[in-house]
Design a protein around this ligand. Sequence first.
Ligand code: WT7
Length: 650
Amino acid sequence: MPDIESLLKEKRTFKPDREFTRQANWNKKQTAEYRAMADKNPERFWAKMAKENVSWFTPWKKVLDWKPPFAKWFVGGKLNVSYNCVDRHLEGENAWRRNKAAIIWEGEPGDTRTITYGELHREICKFANVMKSQGVKKGDRVALYMPMIPELSIAILACTRIGAVHSVVFGGFSAEALRDRINDAGAKLVVTADGGYRRGAPYPLKPAVDEALEGTPSVTSVVTVKRTGEPTRMQAGRDHWWHELTDEASAVCEPAKLDAEHPLFILYTSGTTGKPKGILHTTGGYLTHVTTTAKVLFDLKDSDTFWCTADIGWVTGHSYVVYGILANGATTLMYEGVPTHPGPDRFWDIIERWGVTIFYTAPTAIRTFVRLGDEHPKKHDLSSLRLLGTVGEPINPEAWMWYHRIIGKKKCPIVDTWWQTETGGIMITPLPSSVDTKPGSATNPFPGIDAAIFSEEGNEVDPPNGGYLVIREPWPGMLRGIWGDPKRFKETYWSKYKNIYFTGDGAHRDQDSYFWIMGRVDDVMNISGHRIGTMEVESALVSHTKVAESAVVGRPDSLTGTAIVAFVTPKSGETVDDVLKEELRTHVTKQIGAIAKPKEIRFTDALPKTRSGKIMRRLLRDIASGRSVGDTTTLEDFSVVAKLREGDEA
Ligand code: WT7
């Protein structure tokens, strides 16, 4: 019996668009060459990428020093990330980029700012000098608790300029979560804002900082950006306004020459249980990984306007709003607010007005748009788009098809990119110029990435059976540890298999060796001894014409051990009743088999999700089995839980 069974059979394939392939940064031939090089000698491949895509002050002496589970990449090399993201676009043959837009920013109320590479350079230098004046030195930690405004990108890059280590704490987190993260990292400085805009109204941030700072001995000063202009308490001696300090600061600041393994940032991920882990990334390997993947997968050109909708509070925003995009000299779009304000077409409106060419978003957003109806994107001219991407969760094949037809007009390649906070950059993904795509599959590992599927015992699993997704060899963007906790680092990622990175995801490969991610292994359901992942059952449900989104979980059952409970969000305007429930159960049986037929179906107009858009299946498991609902601190919308419970009694 395989560790996870695969039931879903997806037959559709899509060839790369010929026009696209002809103009791609990596055409078919080049891709084949690089792949062959990487297969034969991954270190050689990554060294070539580091040379081609990153600027170094001092070359490295050794590509990789691997003492499992600790890796050092580009040993002895020296570089600066802000230099790579900005200065080098003002020099030599790139000097014309001085007045090119680096950041196009749009606030939720509709205010906009365009910041050129030249301006960005001045702002970074100024804020780097401000941080120095506040006593921040190389290696010190700086916590950033901010809305999606340009100052967040500026502060991040200013940290990298002087070798300070940033820890971005998502602005939706509570004062308590902020305090824990500040204390774990021992941050000296906090950068924040009076507030931001969300769902049509200002929300405050600074008060949460004040509350957090009641228990953070390491913090000596706070810099606050004035965004909303709401009344804000400032504590004399500790608190400063961003505009006052930067007004006085010099716009000259030499970039520090930092070691390739100098810590770049800490980013906390909650995981399923326990205290958040401070995932540590370093300088040279990370920058090589994100710059290379951005150039190849998003096919970045000088003429592109790239929009990744993720908040910079998540790794997606670090790697593909800021670092990977600016290092390529492209234009990155930043949007402050929610997708549905003032109307359900805000995203499509932004794409039309700015002429966005590359759009990178999450399956959860796509399923929301499916539910809201096709009329909203159809109102807008989306013809500027030339490439689409997804990240964060498995994308159900029907959601992929919708993205392909309604947004991509059947001409844009879609890159379904699998990766993690821990991996730093994209790991499994189609190369848009040369890989046939299949809806729902992230296809193949990026060159130089050695992904495989293992059984419980550590043997490679034969297609099409499922198992555990692992990475067998170190890669440049890999996490270097958990801040202050090497023991937990070893236990979490390196104890299941010897010297092999365990991702925590279930996956299988098909007869063409394509990877299909099946969800977190913690969510696998054991039905009468058959171990089934959540993604396939959810995809079967979403393939019904009346369904927009679904989440399935297991609950204890005296007969089958576990029974499947499906939470289903219908498309807007669909009526739901017992007839539809039966229809859906039959539909799942037809699509993937009787073993996966949900025992119970519950309709809901929203699913509980984290602010980063992940469905909280743990919480749904509690609801499905009638247990009291546990920790909800990361829940996006609290009213959802109440509604799901009501559904229970109906
Ligand atoms: C987990 C990592 C990577 C940036 C955002 C999330 C899931 C991510 C995909 C994908 C299927 C995916 C995995 C992974 N995931 N991308 N394309 N297909 N699953 O970062 O919060 O660290 O989450 O997200 O389960 O392990 P993260």
